[in-house]
Design a protein around this ligand. Sequence first.
Ligand code: CA
Length: 376
Amino acid sequence: MNRRDFFLTGAATGMVLGGAGGYLLKAGQKDGPAGAAKSRQKFNWTMVTTWPEKFPGLGTSAERLAQRITAMSGGELTVKVAAAGTVVPAFGSFDAVSQGSVEMGHAASYYWQGKAKSFNFFAAVPFGLTAQELSAWIHYGGGQALWDEGYANFGLKPFLAGNTGVQMGGWFKNEIKSMEDFKGLKMRMPGLGGEVLRRVGATAESLPGGEIFTALTSGRIDATEWVGPWNDLAFGFHKIAKNYYWPGFHEPGTGIECFVNKAKYEALPAHLQAVVSSACRAEAEAMLGEFNRRNGAALKTLIEQHGVILRRFPDDVVTALGKAAADVLAELEGADDLTKRTYQSFRAFREEAISWSRLSDQGFLDMRHAIMRGKS
Ligand code: CA
């Protein structure tokens, strides 16, 4: 090796060693293995939501998800929740995360059906999927890939992060006796359920939760659905409307989402990406469990302490709503290509789910009800 070669080789080697040595001295030799973690980049993220601050079940789940991500990451990724109206209005969440002014959002994907019709399928479809079935379709039936594709068009990465379980049909100031009673009815109902209502002559509005009570009190709407006994009791709809209808044909198991700015998600190291996805999956289970526990207790309170009247939609009304829902879905086949493919995937999965659930959940629940409560 002549002097020139030595110089070149040595310089090159020195650069490499110098770079690595600098890292080792800073992260390894001084502090040992723990020092490597200390030197990792830290991220401080904001999660905007469509829910009022700490709203039971939904807002509290967003808080828990943020805490879960922060704890699982060992503080490398700190998430702070900003409730509806604090950083952006409830329905400004999607655009804020899409544009990257904040990193994460917490909502239900049907709020964004104005962006793309396919987004309805990841929240709720009238006469669609239960919580268990929605999870099965998203995680094992191709749903996640279709959701990823749709949200990627807006620079977002979505995760299923919760489920409310079967919702209630809603609060009506006046009784629903026939389809005539839907004519001219003004009701709060988001997503494809709202499309079904329009199809049968009603007016449907998609108001954020925090605006519903005022709208119902002022007469802007005559009826509203929200979630179920636990959440509905918290808003106090029983003070204005006493007729509480079941079940929620329009939302048989509404998926709650956490969506992340895609570029910011992809800039995370792999272990923090895994923290985000795993925390969402864990929180999805936690939310559904909490809803199932608290809805039963709140239902008792509504009936025994507030004189709420439980009513089931008449059979001919359910039949007519089912027909309208089928028409609304069939028309989605003629929408954009992604909505068509999403609908086709959903429809194939639902066909299988109907056959299986008849023997499993439905078969068992019918049997249990007959044994424990009689054949009413
Ligand atoms: Ca709802």
